[in-house]
Design a protein around this ligand. Structure first.
Ligand code: 4AD
Ligand code: MG
Length: 466
């Protein structure tokens, strides 16, 4: 009897297990009894999309009395023999010899039915939605991508860096920050009530980080190449299908990289991850292509096989203006590109990933390197079909005098960022980096319409359950 077998192992080595006794454990997806006296149980253990068909004789004395309790959602153990399946849709099945019920699920109240549930409904039962095909598949892809991301950077000499979650700096300068405090908001010394911060835990204003970039720069200017992979937080009050209040970001930062090196790294990164999904998540990808987004597989193949387009912001604005397309937000030099513009560029104009570089200085944070024209900075956004912006990055300003000008212009306190300025006083060097929104990536490779399905427990305005 081979114990601890995952159903994925059985399906991956069909020949090897046929005729052998095994023990499997999982949750019942469905059970159906035939007139011929056989019960068919679809057992899923989360190791792969497919469920294993368990064939149980209704009159088998070993478990006859148990079968009526084998309801949808129940957790069970089955011992039996693997056999070639005569049925359609599966190569093997399990002839049950012994069944044990770990935990019954009452069919009168178990919320997951055989039918398709809406994603909105599933979000309300986030403790049970991992047992659905879609969320199970997303979760496996997410895990596989996490591993591939570490592998990608390890192979290129990047050191994994842990940057703080609690910080005093607002890297992006957008003011969309969650305050961290131990003071009761009703306490007379609470921040905002006109009192000082001395009673608060850190004795100064502290926030959840919006990005690990500034700290990553510190280590890039010592170790050369680093990357972060951690949670970030933004109090953007935007209820869109691409924004979360808590999301994970991967931020590589490399000394001696200019914008072109940065673009090359970003392109290799995305191509590599698209290939991982094509090659290592085939079963789940087929599922997403069949049920979620028919163009998904070809989209990923395009990413792997075609070169990326690279255009300047100024060219992008020109293309959009000349397209004749009606946009909700006006296209004008100096305005930020909106999701509708990004998607039009990558989906309609170029039909492949697009890097947009050299954005207006006024649109971007203080740390981006000022170009010779003085009007633009060495920024880079990568846009992909279906999602729009998936990466934002830049070459960083390494010149002390220009950085100080930028900070003055943007109203950044030089005192608060003394350490950041000092990095330009002591051995400054050209360096660059970018941030990839992990859930945007998961959304992109699964074709999901809403980013809330791309993370196990989505946090959005008004929602922080579970
Ligand atoms: O473009 P952003 O704001 O860039 C930065 O934070 C830089 N500090 C990164 C760097 O250069 N190291 O964010 C980077 C990416 C975006 O392209 C997007 O994919 C994702 O993070 N992102 C979000 N994902 C989900 N929900 C949100 N609210 C997001 N905001 C940004
Ligand atoms: Mg951005």
């Amino acid at each position: 009897m081979e114990k601890g077998i995952r159903i994925a192992d059985l399906f991956g080595n069909e020949g090897e297990y046929t005729g052998k006794p095994v023990r499997v454990q999982g949750w019942v997806r469905t059970r159906r009894d035939s007139k011929a006296g056989i019960s068919f149980i679809e057992l899923n253990d989360g190791s792969c999309l497919k469920s294993l068909q368990v064939v149980a004789g209704l009159e088998n004395p070993a478990y006859r009395d148990l079968l009526e309790k084998i309801t949808n959602g129940s957790a069970v153990m089955v011992e039996g023999t693997v056999s070639a399946s005569p049925g359609k849709g599966q190569a093997i099945e399990l002839q049950a010899e012994r069944i044990e019920l770990y935990g019954w699920a009452d069919p009168a109240t178990y919320p997951l039915q055989k039918k398709r549930h809406s994603f909105e409904f599933l979000r309300q039962i986030a403790h049970l939605r991992p047992r659905t095909n879609t969320i199970g598949a997303v979760s496996r892809v997410r895990s596989r991508l996490s591993y591939a991301i570490h592998r990608f950077f390890a192979e290129r000499g990047f050191n994994y860096l842990h940057t703080p979650i609690i910080t005093a700096s607002d890297c992006e300068g957008a003011g969309e920050i969650f305050r961290v405090t131990t003071l009761d908001p009703l306490h007379p010394a609470a921040p905002g009530a006109g009192n000082s911060y001395q009673d608060d835990f850190f004795a100064k204003p502290a926030y959840l980080t919006v990005s690990g970039q500034l700290q990553a720069e510190i280590f890039a200017l010592a170790l050369g190449r680093v990357y972060t992979f951690g949670p970030t937080f933004r109090a953007e009050n935007s209820n869109t299908s691409r924004h979360l209040a808590e999301f994970w970001m991967i931020e590589p930062e490399a000394a001696f990289y200019d914008l072109e090196d940065n673009l090359d790294l970003a392109r290799d990164f995305i191509k590599n991850l698209a290939a991982v999904v094509l090659n290592e998540c085939a079963e789940d990808l087929d599922f997403f292509t069949r049920f979620i987004e028919p163009e998904l597989r070809s989209r990923l193949e395009t990413v792997v096989n075609s070169p990326f387009e690279v255009i300047t912001y100024t060219e992008a604005v020109d293309r959009l203006q000349k397209s004749g397309e009606k946009f909700v937000y006006p296209v004008e030099w100096g305005n930020d590109l909106q999701a509708e513009h990004e998607r039009f560029l990558t989906e309609k104009v170029f039909q492949r990933p697009v890097g947009v570089i050299d954005f207006p200085r006024s649109l971007k944070p203080f740390y981006m390197r000022v170009n010779d024209d003085q009007k633009t900075v060495g920024a880079m956004d990568i846009l992909v079909p279906g999602t729009g912006e998936i990466i934002g990055g830049s070459q960083r300003e390494e010149r002390l005098d220009v950085l100080l000008d930028q900070m003055k212009l943007k109203g950044i306190s030089i005192e608060d960022y003394r350490w950041y300025v000092e990095l330009r006083q002591f051995g400054s060097a050209p360096h660059s980096g970018f941030g990839l929104g992990f859930e945007r990536l998961v959304q992109f490779v699964t074709g999901l319409a809403n980013i809330r399905e791309a993370i196990p427990f989505p946090r959005t305005p008004g929602h922080a359950e579970f």
